[in-house]
Design a protein around this ligand. Structure first.
Ligand code: SF4
Ligand code: MG
Length: 337
């Protein structure tokens, strides 16, 4: 299958008063139609900047320093801003926790939705309105037939967020980028929206990039997962392998911090001590060494590469524990931890 999205050695930097900082460092991945990749990590790990780089929405200070982002073979890093605008909202839809492209205050919800439905779905106006109401219903908006004629200011923040989600899903994009899409919503609505995304992927073969700090959402939605820490990918695998056989100490820590109902009364939740280093003060050696329970002397000075620990499963990890004396990793002789 040919991939719809191919990100190759993406490096994104920001200009700051203290000089340039690299906030996404050599991130690579591919996504097939109908496939969902989950990108997980604490805030500040570079997961949102990865999606903003793909969309070319980095603001004035940010820029792609190296690498490429191809959508259906077209390198987005080489397009003009005008060309990029036609890609956004057309071939790629996005949902943000705090919507970047907010609703237009001078048009009703219906008018904003219908306009893009007519354009992208090639529906006549009347049908487009019914479809808009159906989509608003689907994201759990009560009295959708009335809401469709309201202006955005009449709605609460949570409702506006759901309208944004309905708009993003209604045009059946080829690629949907969802950055913490349901974090601000309550659990019932969250479940409803995740279900809608799954339907979209089945019906329209949409590829989804799901960015979240919530491993529960990843387990529910993703086919494969990339774990990011301090701007780098530290582990990647298919979703089953990642949860069954996590390798990187950081991934293990994240998985151990998932709340388990049966434990709640008995055991204090584990949380990874310390916090993500700032981009200006990146530690030498392995970037995780300041928080890693298994760090050795080597980790303090030498940078580990992302290496394959299982070619068949396409399982990769960035950690010295999995590198043997030959500088490679092999499934059969790797050091067990
Ligand atoms: Fe921990 Fe060392 Fe592995 Fe980094 S390289 S995650 S410090 S064991
Ligand atoms: Mg973020």
């Amino acid at each position: 299958m040919t991939s719809i999205l191919k990100v190759d050695k993406l490096q994104t930097a920001f200009k700051t008063e203290k000089g340039e900082v690299i906030s996404v460092d050599e991130v690579s991945f591919q996504l097939n139609p109908g496939e969902t990749i989950g990108i997980v990590g604490e805030s500040g790990c570079g997961k949102s900047v990865t999606s903003l780089s793909i969309m070319r929405l980095l603001g004035k200070a940010g820029f792609i320093k190296r690498g490429s982002v191809s959508l259906n073979g077209k390198d987005l890093t080489q397009l003009t801003e005008a060309e990029m605008r036609t890609i956004r909202g057309n071939e790629i839809s996005m949902i943000f926790q705090e919507p970047m492209t907010s609703l237009n205050p001078v048009f009703t919800i219906g008018n904003q939705m219908i306009e893009s439905i007519i354009l992208h779905m090639k529906m006549p106006k009347k049908k487009a309105k019914l479809y808009a109401i159906e989509m608003l219903n689907n994201v759990g908006i009560p009295r959708a037939e009335a809401i469709v004629d309201e202006y955005p200011h009449a709605l609460s923040g949570g409702m506006r967020q759901r309208v944004m989600i309905a708009m993003a899903l209604s045009c059946q994009p080829k690629l949907l980028i969802a950055d913490e899409p349901t974090t601000a919503l309550d659990v019932t609505i969250q479940a409803q929206i995740l279900e809608l995304m799954k339907q979209l992927k089945e019906k329209s073969n949409t590829a989804i990039m799901m960015i979240t700090h919530d491993l529960g959402v990843i387990a529910e939605m993703a086919d494969k997962v990339m774990v990011m820490y301090a701007g780098q990918v530290v582990e990647e695998a298919d979703v089953y392998t990642l949860f069954d056989e996590p390798k990187h100490p950081y991934t293990k820590g994240l998985i151990e911090s998932i709340p388990h109902l049966e434990y709640e009364n008995h055991k204090r939740l584990y949380s990874i001590p310390g916090s993500v280093p700032t981009l200006q003060n990146m530690p030498e050696g392995c970037r995780f060494h300041t928080r890693c329970p298994q760090a050795t002397k080597k980790c303090l000075s030498d940078k580990p590469n992302l290496i394959s620990v299982d070619k068949e499963l396409q399982h990769k990890v960035r950690c010295w524990l999995y590198v043997n004396d030959h500088g490679t990793s092999d499934k059969h002789i790797r050091k067990e931890v």
